[in-house]
Design a binder for this molecule. Structure first.
Ligand code: UD1
Length: 415
């Protein structure tokens, strides 16, 4: 199984640019199903989930090609097929993003149930309730969700929970509905703002994206456009923590510091010196820091996608930290691996109680999911000795060459 070999104890220093956001690129690519003609996405990260979504578009009859310079060119000139292949949807839950665009464009969609994953059961009921409000009929049979609608009609859609994926799916479908849709209790993540901006460039009429109430006036057609994917706040945060955990000084560029505000606030509370500019953020070298308590929440709360990496940092803090994971029910798998490296962590249902230790030591560990992988890399960068981390496929799903970026800051990592 491919893995990483990391020599710990070297402070990382320097400047590194963050890539475009995986979680923005995926819905943007899916949205291209609805855009007639040619679209160009730039700042697209090179990672497996993006490659899977590109394959998905091609399998649906929408030609998408990754070009040099992180550009994807999408040509949508042929008839769109409405059946999403089983292997692509089960390989990546975010494939379900094609459901809204497909039903809006063709009146039909047949998409395999995405199923759960290692961090939780991840149902799609909020997506389906939203589609229902827009007039989409659905049935679940033989493991597929079949959807059909003569035409989509604008409606008030109240989300029981501000689901990121459901907000995006409903927002995309509603762009081509007849009449006005209002999404209440919408998710407010920066990736949703990016999707709204993209759709508006394509001719949609969306306001309020980035707030809890999004209004979408449906339009008859969307046309191809060009857009740069927003910077990845989770990758940027992971790189900043690589500086913090190794006692180094790291500046992350090509980023939007406000998108990382909940993380930066917690780092300051822990005692780190953080500075920010319009498109960069920097952590200064710091040898001692304190434990902090964290609860993961929808944006602008602390992101669940930074929880594992923050836990890695807090294993070395002075004192005790408590992390409450409020978004996913099973997102502490990394804790067991961190304990193999000497971390002191007690798990109690949704809570992790972390008692800081003076040092971590190298061990053989495995990534169980994407962000768990990043957390183990951070721990290994700080640990004494050389750590072997298995399960590189998880990391490749969602990070654009994280080992290479860390190497450019001085890390000793081999694959
Ligand atoms: C997106 C992100 C993921 C991030 C998550 C939360 C992408 C591609 N992925 O995932 O990295 O961790 O947001 O910030 O953007 N839920 C339901 N029913 C639904 C939908 C969701 O119960 O129909 C629950 C989920 O099980 C979970 C919670 O709502 O407990 C949050 O899920 P959601 O916001 O939908 O996350 P995703 O869009 O799947």
């Amino acid at each position: 199984m491919p893995g990483l070999h990391i020599q710990g104890g070297i402070p990382l220093n320097g400047e590194i640019a963050a890539s475009g956001a995986k979680n923005a690129a995926l819905p943007l690519l899916a949205a291209c199903i609805m855009l007639k003609g040619t679209s160009i996405l730039t700042n697209v990260p090179h990672l497996m989930d993006v490659f899977t979504m590109i394959k998905m578009l091609n399998s649906l009859g929408v030609r998408a090609e990754l070009h040099k310079g992180n550009r994807v060119i999408i040509n949508n000139t042929k008839k769109v097929r409405h059946i999403a292949p089983y292997d692509l949807v089960t390989a990546m839950r975010a494939s379900f993003f094609v459901a809204g665009p497909l039903v809006a464009r063709t009146g039909f969609a047949k998409v395999p149930l995405p199923g759960g994953c290692s961090i939780g059961s991840r149902p799609i009921d909020i997506h389906l309730k939203g589609f229902e409000r827009l007039g989409v009929e659905h049935r679940i049979e033989h493991g597929f969700v079949e959807m059909k609608a003569k035409s989509l009609k604008g409606a008030v859609v109240h989300m029981d929970f501000p689901s990121v994926g459901a907000t995006e799916n409903v927002m995309m479908a509603a762009s081509l509905a007849v009449g006005t849709t209002v999404i209440e209790n919408a998710a407010r993540e920066p990736e949703i703002t990016d999707l709204g901006n993209f759709l508006n460039k394509a001719g949609a009429q969306i306001t309020g994206h980035g707030t809890a109430v999004i209004t979408i006036h449906g339009v008859p057609e969307l046309t191809g456009t060009e857009h740069a994917v927003v910077s990845d706040r989770i990758e940027a945060g992971s790189l900043l923590l690589a500086g913090a955990i190794t006692g180094g000084e790291v500046t992350v560029t090509n980023t939007v510091p406000e998108h990382s505000a909940p993380l930066l606030e917690k780092l300051r509370e822990a005692g780190f010196q953080i500075s920010v500019g319009p498109t960069w953020m920097k952590v200064d070298a710091c040898s001692q820091f304190n434990g902090v308590d964290i609860e993961t929440l929808p944006f602008p709360g602390f992101p669940t996608d930074m929880q594992a990496q923050m836990m890695a940092l807090l294993t070395l803090a002075n004192g005790t930290s408590i992390i409450k994971e409020s978004i996913f029910e099973n997102r502490f798998m990394h804790a067991h691996e961190l304990m193999r490296m000497g971390a002191k962590i007690k798990l109690d249902n949704r809570h992790a109680i972390i008692t800081g230790v003076p040092k971590l030591t190298a061990a053989e560990v495995k990534m169980t999911d994407l962000r768990a992988g990043a957390a183990l890399i951070l721990a290994a960068l700080a640990a004494q000795g050389t750590t072997d981390i298995h399960g590189l496929k998880h990391l490749r799903r969602g990070y654009d060459d994280l080992p290479g970026k860390l190497r450019s800051l001085g890390a000793r990592i081999t694959e």
